[in-house]
Ligand binder design. Structure first.
Ligand SMILES: C[S@@+](CC[C@H](N)C(=O)[O-])C[C@H]1O[C@@H](n2cnc3c(N)ncnc32)[C@H](O)[C@@H]1O
Length: 240
């Protein structure tokens, strides 16, 4: 996974600075070339309307909901659903994504939030800028160590990280078994089988590996919960 946003001069500074930036901060021009998600904006916008996605969004958002007052960050925001949750709860919220198209679509969904094109591995925010950080179905696409280091850096002590990521059990076969078992059809079915198939080269975590990585990167009290027949992991942890 490349660092396109950082290379293209995504802004540095606090969450407030990002929120006040005009237009779409981040990578202009061809900086998104090569990001396969650039052509999947409509697909993810459709997937966000499905029941399973909605359930995962709720599970991902829940750990950061009770965080003390302060801004939320959603990394790999896609079509913007998690950012919209934070805004609906009265938070200041920022979404980042490697894809400019995704950021634009997310801004249509929630114009009160701010968005920046940025890689998980290089977040353009000050140390300790956020009280809650979500990353749903993106950690497995990134350089996990650099992404976790950045999550820890931008969260203030006591801040909460909440992740949904693929586990070592998420293969095309297990995804198919799951959607068959649940009777899932249409876009939702395509989404889950497709993500398993396309992700077979991605980094996937066993629960104990994810716990260890979080501890290594400055988080305590990790709680990992399997979802979708163990194919996905929902993880929460607190910044030391
Ligand atoms: C599977 S989609 C998930 C979108 C959204 N979080 C959701 O669950 O609906 C992954 C998203 O992460 C973005 N992405 C991929 N690699 C990334 C990285 N290294 N840093 C930031 N975003 C990334 C993609 O552009 C895409 O929008």
């Amino acid at each position: 996974m490349n660092d396109t946003a950082a290379a293209a001069g995504a802004p540095s500074g606090s969450a407030g600075a990002a929120a006040s930036a005009s237009g779409m901060p981040g990578a202009p021009g061809g900086a998104n070339r090569g990001n396969p998600f650039e052509s999947l904006v409509d697909f993810f916008d459709a997937a966000r309307r499905t029941a399973l996605h909605d359930r995962l969004v709720s599970a991902c958002y829940a750990p950061i909901a009770p965080a003390p007052p302060g801004p939320h960050l959603d990394v790999g925001c896609g079509a913007g659903v998690l950012v919209a949750r934070s805004i609906a709860a009265g938070r200041t919220a920022v979404g980042t994504d490697l894809s400019l198209g995704m950021c634009r679509r997310a801004r249509l969904l929630e114009p009160r939030a701010s968005f920046a094109v940025a890689a998980f591995e290089h977040l353009p925010f000050a140390t300790g800028a956020f009280v809650g950080l979500t990353a749903m179905l993106v950690l497995h696409l990134a350089d996990g160590k650099r992404a976790m280091a950045e999550a820890a850096r931008v969260l203030r002590p006591g801040g909460v990280v909440s992740l949904v990521t693929q586990s070592t059990a998420w293969t095309e076969a297990t995804a198919r078994a799951l959607v068959d078992q649940l009777g899932v059809e249409g876009t939702e079915r395509e989404f889950y089988i497709g993500s398993a198939r396309s992700g077979e080269a991605n980094r996937r975590y066993a629960p104990e590996e994810l716990t260890a990585e979080l501890a290594l990167h400055g988080f305590r009290d990790a709680v990992i919960r399997p979802e979708c027949a163990g194919g996905l992991l929902i993880a929460r942890a607190t910044r030391r």
